[in-house]
Design a protein around this ligand. Structure first.
Ligand code: NAD
Length: 337
């Protein structure tokens, strides 16, 4: 991989909704990376995307010949957009093939897999970043600024929720594929937001799940979970995530007012409100293009992305504590190493 190369080549592994609806279009707007290849098990999808973006045959991989990507200098980064149970396997195979990795959230199925991914990346001297797009969104960056500069005073509490309704049969409803329910899929955004808004990590958590409304649809996973993250200094973040409602907001309550995003977690159309009626109208960009450019630049400079594997593991540790609190009904301490 040459550092002099202007744009780094990205191969997208998994041609599902997020890859084809968001990431591949975003790669047409990036300055530091471009769509160089695809990895898929579906020959008709491969043919379609190959034709649409005039990808050479040598840059099209199946899951079976994926490891031979190591011999392809066109590919610098593998972006893993497969279901959660495959994140560790493909991230590890990609770093072993000498590629940097962007792995979608949640980083892995469990904390042990995060450790295996990080060890493999270190051994191969490659970086793994997590697809946390909102760390690069201007509205979220403005929320972070308002919090950091105490524009509305000290943070007193946070209210946030992210919920959506998956279709019956989706892998998100299958615990052996997804690792959990809405917490792992979208509640993770609430955890992310609480950490980057406060700039600290939670000390402990209490949680409870609402009894499921459909025992055939929600097997072994929570349908709706409420959890309270207790931050150092006494701030409590009230969080909710569900697979049976559609919502997404983030409100930060402070000593001299409040600021919020509603909607907070969408790909576009975010809206910011403040207690003093300020109007924020940010330049609309592709979150994913900014995210991938930022990550490609970090990799080129041999730096971890701000959305690092360590952060992905931190969030897995927090989610494991949330699940433990949900199961035991007790307050659970969160120990980030
Ligand atoms: P999807 O179901 O639309 O796509 C999954 C892809 O993986 C499909 O192409 C499917 O064929 C393929 N696949 C390969 N092996 C599979 C298996 N054993 N089971 C099921 N599918 C298999 O899902 P998606 O919504 O595109 O999500 C993919 C990843 O992207 C997930 O990790 C998800 O959390 C993440 N995602 C991130 C965001 C974000 O905003 N960062 C948004 C949506 C999804």
């Amino acid at each position: 991989m040459s550092l002099l190369k202007k744009k780094w080549g990205v191969a997208i592994a998994g041609l599902g909704n997020y890859a084809t609806g968001q990431l591949i279009p975003a790669l047409q707007q990036t300055a530091h990376c471009y769509l160089a290849g695809i990895v898929s098990g579906n020959s008709s999808k491969m043919g379609e995307w190959k034709k649409r973006y005039q990808l050479p045959d040598k840059n099209i991989y199946t899951y079976d010949n994926f490891d031979s990507i190591k011999d392809n200098p066109d590919i610098d980064i593998v972006y893993v957009t497969l279901p959660t149970h495959l994140h560790a396997e493909y991230s590890i195979r990609a770093v072993q093939a000498g590629k940097h990795v962007i792995c979608e959230k949640p980083m892995a199925f469990n904390i042990a897999e995060c450790d295996e991914m990080m060890a493999a990346a270190e051994k191969a001297n490659r970086c793994i970043a997590i697809g946390y797009r909102l760390q690069f969104d201007p509205y979220h960056l403005e929320m972070i600024r308002l919090a950091k500069e105490k524009v509305y005073g000290e943070i007193k509490s946070i209210d946030t929720a992210f919920s959506f309704m998956p279709q019956a049969g989706e892998w998100r409803l299958n615990k052996t594929v997804a690792g959990g329910g809405p917490l792992m899929d979208v509640g993770i955004y609430c955890i992310q937001a609480v950490c980057y808004i406060t700039g600290i990590t939670p000390l402990s958590v209490t949680a409870h799940a609402v009894p499921v409304s459909d025992s055939k649809k929600f097997i072994g996973i929570e349908e709706t979970i409420h959890f309270q993250l207790e931050m150092p200094g006494g701030v409590i973040a009230h969080c909710r995530s569900s697979f049976s409602e559609e919502t997404g907001y983030l409100k930060v309550n402070c000593s001299n007012g409040w600021f919020e995003l509603d909607p907070a977690y969408n790909f576009s159309g975010l809206k910011m409100n403040t207690s003093d009626g300020k109007n924020f109208d940010m330049h609309i960009i592709s979150q994913q293009a900014t995210q991938m450019d930022n990550m490609a630049l970090a990799f080129q400079n041999n730096q971890p992305s701000i959305a690092s594997a360590e952060m992905g593991k931190r969030d897995m540790i927090i989610m494991a504590a949330v699940y433990e609190a949900m199961k035991t009904g007790k307050r659970v301490d969160i120990k980030i190493p």
